[in-house]
Design a protein. Structure first.
Length: 312
């Protein structure tokens, strides 16, 4: 950052090199003074010369980051760093706990020291199966996998620390986010297989996804940052109004190709949520704001990005 005193809000983004962080910085980097905390600078190399972005390469599990980040005195912490893909979490429960819970403790120490608001990306997986028509923020939580369980621990850690130290928070329970820069999302994995192997693998097929496009998610995050009192100490579902089965998603994706893409159906996997649909009343009351594109347009944009980035 330059030596002139900035009047822009100062934003710390953890996991800045990940899916949501990369897309957020690309769209909103002119709006904030950003400290981008990352353990991999490669995806942020295009931002390295921008004067209002500082890139810090460090792990949230490293205690040395606390004083380093405190010295920047961020107004808001957008905590995106997590071990968050379902199968990875099931295969690596200890690493999931260390990143999602222990790493969060370091970030909360920063919030406590300088009274920064934290915006935390939780997951739909905290609910488990939707029992009634939709899952609302006040429903009982009953996760059926490691990811959901660690996200509940993280949410409780934020709320209890906020009660003691009086910093503000907003917790976002995200549905299945997809879009460019998301190779490990359900859509991303399907597209990667389709492009490389000319087939899409479907485990089960009847289970439903609540897909939400990355543009909508980052726009909501920007609105939350700009509306601190409106979203103070709230838990909010972020998703879409329509669900789609895994098999129907695979068919939609194959229709985007000008060549034959096979669908390979395998047995469903344990610990996957079969049906989830969020109640979106709270987020709609706060922001009268909907996705501007159809799901077909969103999937086409995602495919275009994967095509461009799969080239040798």
């Amino acid at each position: 950052m330059n030596n002139e005193k900035s009047t822009q809000l100062k934003l710390l983004i953890t996991g800045a090199n990940g899916f949501i962080g990369t897309n957020f910085i690309k769209k909103f980097h002119n709006n904030y003074d950003i400290i981008a905390l990352t353990h991999n600078n490669n995806s942020l190399k295009n931002f390295s010369g921008i004067k209002n972005i500082i890139i810090e390469s460090n792990d949230i599990l490293d205690n040395s980051i606390i004083e380093k980040i405190v010295s920047y005195n961020p107004d808001v912490v957008l905590h995106l760093a997590n071990f968050g893909y379902l199968r990875d979490c099931e295969n690596n429960p200890e690493k999931t706990y260390q990143t999602n819970v222990v790493g969060l403790r370091n970030i909360l120490q920063i919030c406590q020291k300088i009274n920064s608001k934290i915006i935390f990306t939780s997951s739909r997986e905290v609910y488990g199966e939707t029992i009634r028509e939709t899952s609302s923020e006040t429903d009982e939580l009953n996760p059926n996998n490691v990811l959901g369980k660690t996200k509940i621990l993280s949410e409780n850690l934020i709320i209890s620390n906020s009660d003691i130290s009086k910093f503000d928070y907003t917790i976002l329970r995200l549905s299945n986010v997809f879009g460019p820069h998301s190779p490990s999302s359900v859509v991303g994995l399907m597209l990667t297989h389709a492009l490389k192997e000319k087939k899409i693998i479907v485990y089960g097929g009847k289970q439903t996804l609540n897909l939400v496009y990355i543009d909508y998610v980052i726009d909501i995050i920007d609105k939350i940052i700009c509306s601190p009192e409106l979203t103070k100490n709230k838990i909010l579902n972020i998703g879409s109004n329509e669900n789609i089965t895994i098999i129907d998603l695979a068919r939609k994706l194959t229709n985007l190709f000008n060549e034959k893409i096979d669908i390979l159906k395998l047995e469903p996997r344990d610990s996957e949520t079969k049906y989830f649909k969020p109640n979106l009343q709270k987020i709609h009351e706060l922001f009268n704001f909907n996705s501007k594109k159809t799901i077909n347009e969103e999937l086409k944009e995602t495919l275009d990005w994967f095509r461009e980035n799969s080239k040798d």
